[in-house]
Write a protein that binds this ligand. Structure first.
Ligand SMILES: Cc1cc2nc3c(=O)[nH]c(=O)nc-3n(C[C@H](O)[C@H](O)[C@H](O)COP(=O)(O)OP(=O)(O)OC[C@H]3O[C@@H](n4cnc5c(N)ncnc54)[C@H](O)[C@@H]3O)c2cc1C
Length: 480
């Protein structure tokens, strides 16, 4: 019998797994996808929201503010990228000004640190490239930006280093009460795993799993958000995350630097039918770009390097569903977990893990080590650091990805990480080989070859992502 089964290896599942490892518990994480963060946790804005947007008194408000306070120190401890760049919510017309004041009041009600309204002059001095017609803004200095995939990997690797076990391509098909009344039977890959407790962190899939165990159904729908990502040449256009005043469809379109130095523009909010409906549409992208123009008249479409779409589960009552349903003791939901779920995840995870530990009477784990080394990046090193890195490992001198200056040493670190990257996209997400202007045109065949060599997989069986995405050898030959 396993103490805890966690369903889903997005930010919620990985953060909860790591928190559970503070206790003397056995933890198994089952993920339907081929890698960590196969859902919303890889395709979002990467904003650590300050917490002025959620309705006061809601679970969103509580966890958002608590999560935003935890993330800066977690970034240090777990070695993921976070920048405290602050955010601005820009009033573009007279009607927006009272809304800005409302958001400031809401921020104060939610206990957000450092949030205030600023004048048009102060806005322009902070952000000279903003629309000159802007009338003022909300400034939240406690907002930030992070690398959402890197943050998920950091939690997962630290959980694994402390004993949590991760299983990929392992979709949970069902959860039911164990026949002996003790705990739960989790059906996965044709077998039943007997667990004392279950944490349901399956993203858009969490509602279907919840509905198997509780009569109190959760109403939510998948909502897509489309983005365009601009090259690193544009990353200094704004230093803050720039929002429009939010409307009923969400927090409003943003234009923001990313921690990697790109500029991200988006998202919109459209209903879709399932988590895998991640296509972009000409209409959606055009709408996003149109709204971004209002914030930033200098928007330059020639700098776009890629567009993408993420799908989040949007609860009908607008709030997260966190905790044990009354009729399912020992089963814990992290459901309807849309924005600001990334920001909230550390606080939700700490809360859920302590409730699970209390229920199971778990002792503290005496060997828990919460520290994870931040992976080295050649592109971030100065000359002296590069010389030292190459002296220690000559593979730092072999650049695999020219656009992002990713060395073979970094690719190997991703492949041999505590949760190994065995696909081309898995490597790309961890060390950025293939994320630059050419989007992998040059380096993906090299990465495939390195995976083949290091993992002992025939080249024709190396995959881009999940099953069926094998990298065709003839394509590799053509690229060469
Ligand atoms: C467009 C967009 C923008 C956003 N921007 C922000 C932002 O800037 N800041 C912020 O704080 N939040 C943001 N969010 C919200 C944030 O991304 C999510 O709240 C968060 O990533 C949800 O994490 P999760 O782990 O619950 O879900 P996911 O990341 O979706 O992970 C769920 C995992 O469960 C797996 N799974 C599903 N079903 C099963 C099953 N049956 N068995 C096993 N595994 C299963 C999936 O494959 C997936 O990997 C945004 C979301 C979107 C879509």
């Amino acid at each position: 019998m396993v103490d805890v089964v966690v369903i889903g290896a997005g930010i919620a599942g990985c953060a909860v797994a790591r928190e559970l490892m503070r206790h003397d518990l056995t933890v198994e994480v089952f993920e339907a996808g081929y890698d960590l963060a196969c859902g919303a946790s890889r395709t979002n804005s990467g904003i650590v929201h300050g917490g002025y947007d959620p309705e006061p008194g809601s679970a969103k408000a509580r966890y958002n503010v608590a999560g935003a306070r935890l993330i800066p120190s977690l970034a240090e401890e777990l070695g993921f990228r976070y920048v405290a760049n602050g955010s601005l919510v820009v009033a573009l017309d007279e009607d927006d000004l009272p809304r800005v004041e409302e958001l400031v009041d809401r921020g104060h009600a939610n206990g957000v640190d450092h949030v205030r309204a600023i004048s048009a002059d102060e806005l322009r001095s902070l952000e000279p490239n903003v629309n000159p017609a802007a009338l003022g803004a909300l400034l939240c200095e406690s907002s930030g930006i992070c690398d959402p995939f890197g943050m998920t990997v950091a939690f997962a690797e630290n959980a694994a280093a402390n004993g949590a076990r991760f299983h990929f391509e392992s979709p949970v098909e069902g959860v039911r009460h164990a026949d002996d009344g003790q705990g739960w039977l989790v059906s996965v890959s044709g077998r039943d795993v007997h667990a004392r407790c279950v944490v349901n962190a399956a993203g858009v899939g969490a509602m279907a799993i919840h509905d198997q165990v509780s009569a109190d159904k959760i109403a939510s729908r998948p909502r897509a958000g489309e983005y365009v990502l601009l090259s690193r040449d544009m990353g200094t256009t704004f230093s803050h995350t720039m929002f429009r005043v939010p409307g009923p469809a969400g927090k409003g379109v943003l234009v923001s630097p990313t921690v990697e130095g790109n500029l991200i523009v988006g998202p919109d909010a459209q209903d879709r039918t399932c988590a895998s409906d991640t296509w972009t549409t000409p209409e959606g992208l055009a709408w996003v770009v149109d709204k971004a123009h209002d914030l930033w008249p200098g928007y330059d479409r020639r700098q776009v390097i890629v567009n993408f779409c993420g799908v989040r589960p949007s609860g009908d009552d607008g709030d997260f569903v966190i905790g044990e349903p009354d009729d399912a003791p020992g089963f814990y939901d992290i459901a309807a977990f849309d924005s600001p779920g990334l920001t909230s995840a550390p606080a939700v995870a700490a809360d859920i893990a302590s409730r699970v530990a209390d229920r199971l009477g778990a002792a503290p784990n005496p060997t828990f080590d919460g520290h994870r080394e931040r992976p080295l990046r050649f592109i971030e090193m100065d000359e002296a650091e590069r010389t030292a890195a190459i002296a220690a490992d000559p593979l730092f001198a072999h650049i695999v990805c020219r656009c992002e200056q990713v060395s073979e040493a970094e690719v190997l670190a991703a492949i041999h990480a505590p949760i190994p990257a065995t696909t081309v996209t898995g490597v790309k997400r961890r060390c950025r080989a293939g994320t630059g202007k050419c989007q992998g045109g040059f380096c993906e065949p090299l990465v495939a070859e390195i995976i083949s060599r290091e993992c002992g997989i025939p080249l024709e069986d190396v995959r881009l992502e999940g099953p069926g995405s094998e990298v065709a050898p003839w394509a590799i030959g053509e690229v060469r």
